[in-house]
Design a protein around this ligand. Structure first.
Ligand code: ADP
Ligand code: MG
Length: 319
């Protein structure tokens, strides 16, 4: 199988159904037509073997996750997904790996109607996957990290820490039951990008971020960019039943700092809380976890009302 056959067999198979794709895969470049009045939202994420995933990871899960992390960034901006490009470096053209990877990738792409419009393919010593995703947001309506104000409530879209539990189980540092592991591994391997939440929050949230590096680190980015501080209540943190079962041995830090959960963290001004109530029936997992304050820094308060300091703060490749 040569390079062109590989592209044709595995990556040209998504039918083009979007009217805004004038020319997709197959030419020197794609021709795309953004709708009038919309801003183009562009994001990219790099996944490197041995750094972001183990070489023996399920290829379908990897295909899903490579796109999901990009969709999560679009969600955090309040963007509607439209197009993506895929840059792929592979040591070998393994047919069963390519079948699995492309099936996982296109399964998620179809769900959010995001069209693969191009990419590049090369041989390399290890697997590297770089996806760039594009979306739209009406001009001026994107959710940015800056914009949180003292008095705004802080929310997250769902439970934190399950991806971290799955990782610890795989590392032999924690023993989950089969049923618990199945749920947690799903969260680690096939994260669900919160696209619908991001779209619904455009007119409601004052700032937003997706939690890829851990709540403490990512909320920290909102605080820094918004030049504010916050008070977070541990007792309000949404945890899965599996996490609650293991809370005594695991502690809070996996939920606070592991990351990889891809929930959104966002802030809502008091004037918009009624609007948030109106959409909450669609997103029952959304929970209020604290409040933005004028004093800089993050103050975490435990159930007894005492200050809590996490030992780990988040993922940093060069930290
Ligand atoms: P070039 O020599 O101009 O880089 P290629 O032969 O690499 O062109 O690519 C031919 C077509 O296939 C282009 O439309 C390119 O966008 C597409 N393509 C190449 N690799 C991928 C990939 N991994 N996923 C999707 N499309 C790809
Ligand atoms: Mg090329």
């Amino acid at each position: 199988m040569n390079e062109f056959e590989l592209i044709r067999r595995y990556f040209s198979r998504q039918p083009v159904t979007r009217a805004d794709v004038a020319l997709g895969i197959g030419d020197d470049a794609a021709l795309l037509q953004p709708p009038p009045g919309q801003q183009l939202v562009v994001t990219t994420d790099l996944l490197v073997s041995d750094v972001h995933f183990l070489p023996d990871v399920n290829p379908a899960a990897l295909g899903h996750k490579a796109l999901a992390v990009n969709l999560s960034d679009l969600a955090a901006m309040g963007a509607e997904p439209a197009w993506f490009v895929l840059n792929l470096a592979l040591p070998v053209a393994d047919e069963s790996w390519l079948t699995g990877f492309s099936t996982g990738l296109f399964g998620l792409a179809q769900r959010y109607r995001i069209q693969l419009v191009g990419g590049d393919t090369s041989r390399a010593p290890q697997v590297v996957i770089a996806i760039e995703a594009h979306g739209f947001v009406p001009a001026g309506q994107a959710l940015e990290r800056a914009g949180a104000k003292p008095g705004d409530r802080i929310f997250i879209t769902g439970a934190l820490g399950d991806a971290g539990l799955a990782l610890r189980h795989r590392q032999g540092r924690l023993r989950l039951s089969d049923a618990e592991f199945a749920l947690c591994a799903e969260r680690m391997d096939r994260p669900a990008p919160r696209i619908e939440e991001g779209l619904a929050l455009r007119a409601i949230a004052s700032s937003a971020i997706d939690i890829s590096d851990g709540l403490v680190a990512d909320l920290g980015h909102i605080l820094e960019m918004s030049r504010v501080g916050a008070r977070l209540e541990l007792a309000r943190l949404p945890l899965s039943p599996a996490y609650r079962t293991h809370l005594a041995e695991t502690g809070w830090d996996v939920a606070l700092a592991n990351g990889d959960d891809y929930e959104l963290c966002f802030t809502v001004p008091p004037a918009n809380l009624a609007a948030l109530e109106k959409i909450k029936h669609r997103f029952p997992a959304m929970v209020d976890i604290g409040v933005i304050e004028a004093d800089s820094g993050l103050r975490i308060i435990d159930a007894a009302g005492k200050p809590y300091t996490p030992k780990a703060t988040g993922h940093d490749h060069f930290g």
